[in-house]
Design a protein around this ligand. Structure first.
Ligand code: AKB
Length: 314
C-alpha cells in the first residue's frame, strides 16, 4: 500500500488521484493534518495525522502494509519565514520521524525538494546538480537539510529514498499557498475573474516552473526506475520551462486582451525570488530516469485556461 502524507496539498491531491486511478483506490492511503472534503473522503482511505507525531505515524505503519511513502507535508518559502518553528518541524523533524520509521518498516520513500535549496551564491543559469548552496531562507535551509538527511539514511542504512528539486508547480485543482512562485497560478485566476492582477514580484523576475501533470509524471517515473539506474544517488534537479511575470501576462493577454497587470512588490518575496536560479540543469534526471517534460510555456498556458474555463462552467 502507498502512503501519501500531505495528501490534501497542491502535489498531494493530484498525486493521490493519479495513483488511485492506476492502482485502485484501496491501494493508496491518503493522510493529512487537514480535514478533507466529503468528496475526497468518499474516494478512498484517509487518516488524519500530524506528520510531527511519531507515535501516530507509527500507528499507520503498524496498521497498514506500507511499501511506499510520499512525504509531502511542507511550509513553502514565504509562509515559512513567518513560521520558522513550524517549518523546521514540518519540513525536517517530520521527515526525520518518517525515516526512522522506514528503518523499522522498510519501504521506498519520496521527498520533494525545491529550487529553494539554491541561493544567490549558486549559478543563476544552468545551475548544476551540485554547486554552492547556501540558502538564506528557512524554507531552503530545511529542504537542504532534508535532502542531506535522505542521503544520510540512504548511505548509512541502504534505504531506497528518492527526491526531486521541484521548481514552481503550476496547477488548477489546488492553489499553492505560501510560496514565492504562487503568483503564476494566481495570475491565471485573475485573468479569468477580476481581469486585473497585482504582482508581488517585479515584471522581469524569471523563475523555473513545471506544469502539474509533468511534475506528477516525473515523480512517478523516478519512483518506478530501477535503483541500479540511479547513479547519482538520491536527489535530482528538474525543470520544464522558464518565464517572467511580464511574459506570463503577455501570454494571458492573448486570451484576455483587457487583462491588466499592476505591481506592489513585496520585498520579502522579491528577495527570495532573486536568490533562486532562473534555469536549473536537469541533465541527470533526463539521462538516468528519462525525464522529458511534455508541457512547454504555451502548452501550459493553453491547458491551464482550458481547465479553469471547465471549472467555471461546472
Ligand atoms: C515556493 O515558491 O516556495 C515553492 C518552491 C519553488 O519550492 N513553489
Amino acid at each position: 500500500m502507498i502512503l501519501v502524507l500531505g495528501a490534501l496539498g497542491q502535489l498531494g491531491l493530484e498525486l493521490t488521484q493519479n495513483l488511485r486511478q492506476s492502482l485502485g483506490a484501496q491501494a493508496v492511503l491518503a493522510a493529512d493534518i487537514r480535514t478533507p472534503s466529503d468528496h475526497f473522503l468518499a474516494e478512498g482511505p484517509f487518516e488524519r495525522v500530524d506528520c510531527c507525531d511519531a507515535a501516530a505515524l507509527e500507528a499507520l505503519f503498524r496498521q497498514y502494509p506500507i511499501d511506499q511513502l510520499y512525504y509531502l507535508p511542507a511550509l513553502l518559502s514565504s509562509k515559512a519565514e513567518k513560521f520558522p518553528k513550524q517549518t523546521v518541524e514540518t519540513n525536517f523533524i517530520g521527515l526525520f520521524h518518517s525515516l526512522e520509521l522506514v528503518r523499522k518498516y522498510p519501504c521506498r520513500v519520496f521527498y520533494p525538494s525545491t529550487i529553494g535549496v539554491f541561493s544567490a551564491d549558486s549559478p543563476t543559469l544552468d545551475t548544476p546538480q551540485n554547486c554552492m548552496m547556501r540558502p538564506k531562507t528557512i524554507y531552503g535551509t530545511t529542504k537542504l537539510a532534508g535532502e542531506l538527511l535522505c542521503e544520510y539514511y540512504h548511505h548509512k542504512y541502504s534505504m531506497d529514498i528518492r527526491s526531486i528539486r521541484l521548481p514552481g508547480v503550476i496547477s488548477h485543482q489546488v492553489c499553492p499557498q505560501g510560496g514565492t512562485t504562487d503568483y503564476a497560478v494566481e495570475m491565471f485566476y485573475a485573468a479569468q475573474n477580476t481581469k486585473v492582477y497585482t504582482s508581488y514580484l517585479e515584471a522581469d523576475t524569471t523563475l523555473d516552473m513545471v506544469y502539474i501533470d509533468d511534475a506528477i509524471r516525473g515523480i512517478l517515473q523516478l519512483m518506478q526506475t530501477d535503483r541500479c539506474c540511479l547513479h547519482s544517488g538520491v536527489v535530482y534537479n528538474l525543470t520544464a520551462m522558464q518565464f517572467s511575470v511580464a511574459e506570463l501576462h503577455a501570454a494571458l493577454r492573448e486570451y484576455y486582451p483587457d487583462f491588466e497587470l499592476c505591481f506592489e512588490v513585496d520585498p520579502l518575496r522579491q528577495q527570495i525570488a532573486n536568490s533562486w536560479p532562473e534555469r536549473i540543469n536537469d541533465l541527470w534526471a533526463r539521462e538516468e530516469w528519462g525525464w522529458n517534460p511534455q508541457y512547454q510555456f504555451k502548452d501550459m498556458v493553453r491547458t491551464m485556461l482550458f481547465h479553469l474555463q471547465k471549472q467555471t462552467h461546472v
